[in-house]
Design a protein around this ligand. Sequence first.
Ligand code: FEO
Ligand code: CA
Ligand code: CA
Length: 561
Amino acid sequence: MKYNRRKFISFLGKASLGVAIAPPFLISCGNTTTPNKITSQKKSKEELLRLKKLVLEELIATDKDDLILTKGLNYHTIIKWGDAINPEDTFGFNNDFTCFIPLDENNPNDGLLWVNHEYINPLFVSDFDFNAYKNPKQHRTIEQVDKEMYNVGGTIVRIRQENGQWKIVKNDPLNRRITAQTPISLNWDTPIKGASTVRGTNSNCSGGITPWNTFITCEENYDGFWGETEYNEQNIASHRASDYGWEDFYKYPPEHYGWVVEVDPKSGNAQKHIALGRFAHECCTLYELEDKRVVAYTGDDKNDECLYKFISSKQGSLKEGTLYVADTVNGKWLALDWENQPQLKKKFKNQTEVLIRAREAAKLLGATPLNRPEDIEIDPITGHILVTLTNNKNKNDYHGSILKIEETNGKFDALTFKASTYKAGGEESGFSCPDNLAFDLAGNLWMTSDMSGSSMNREDKPYMPFKNNSLFVIPRYGKDAGKVIRVASAPRDAELTGPWFSPDGKTLFLSVQHPGEQTKDLKNPTSKWPFDQDNIPKSAVVAITGDLIEKMNVLHHIEAE
Ligand code: FEO
Ligand code: CA
Ligand code: CA
């Protein structure tokens, strides 16, 4: 045991210094193991002693309206809804996925932060109360819809750390918004519904990073804004209306949404990757093979939908390649390949239609329905792929689980794998509804929960013991190894999303999304976090720092030097 730990520490120490012996999955699997050099860190004996003495204490579940952190952690707010990033633009609503890319790989304290804006609450954004009318859509105006469209998509903002505090660099020329009206090209040879450039992105939930250092943002519940084209048994199409009714004002077809979108950090240019299929993409986690081809894992967050992986046939391409869907019962990746799958040829006109209707194609091939596949991370130590399955109340799975995929022979381009449950949610394990995951530099797994605002803290629901949504850590080693330990509790109605570590591992960027979501009257909100002068709840991105992160994440590097 001792030998293994020492070996592990020394391996991480080298990896942290960017030495080439680190296996590629450690430095290229995205999220926390960001493919950036880590600067060497020195600590005094006193500091080391203080960190060593610090004990990881579990936070008791609470329904308090605040962002509460366990001992050894503290936070400051970097940016919140409505904050100006330049004279024209403001930070959007309901921030989710975050991703930080330093401008200079030798300076981990100055870079570009990408933030997803997933959806809006019209009560806050456009002063429209859906509950005030019997037929609310008849009362909507284009001005309201325009405000809503501005507040989704994403933000790029330069941030810098000074004296331990991350601050936005206001008016930096690289600051920009991408909204539901920004022109975005389709990375595909055939136009979709007559277009090769479409309007905007929305429902941006989680995402990823490419090995070539661009942001990935994923379009999840697009049908809430644009509706969906549905097909009956005779394959005749009809339109299912959206909840928000944007399609009543702008005739943008649903087929332009539900894709994986890549954004260049510096130019802001965006493209939608059609080859990765169309569905409620939660996230997209990329891995670069030795020959520079890429593998991308992405889940469809809906009850009884599937897990997918794309394997490119060319270096660095998210266009040329094959999309597969998981049969987790038999451990097989099934190709969504019109040319070579007779069932697909019989039902669909061509590969473009297969990709647009990927859900139907997946079911035809015998893919396994899963309980809402959400975030995906690659364990930097074992290379196993972890997938959160949030829940499936229709199947009496209230607390969800984490699925483990072991690719055959550890090869990410394998077409067979073994699936098992890594951890099941519930009172015994101490968590419910797992959503976002992030590995830190030492291989500890950090996880957020997503119990819905309408189910939390209610006597008549099974979520009562868990109180507010939380952030957990699953330590890699020590006496708590493998335990699920609550380290942060979200404000009322909120979920914590988008965990992302800074390149030096000392900051955990985290989104606090939809505090006060159950508010019916703005004068009497269910949350007031972050307690600013406006007295209404606001989603915000915070920076979590402190001795506990240093101890868990960084100390091992220092020990190894
Ligand atoms: Fe947007 Fe699946 O969470
Ligand atoms: Ca999510
Ligand atoms: Ca979620």
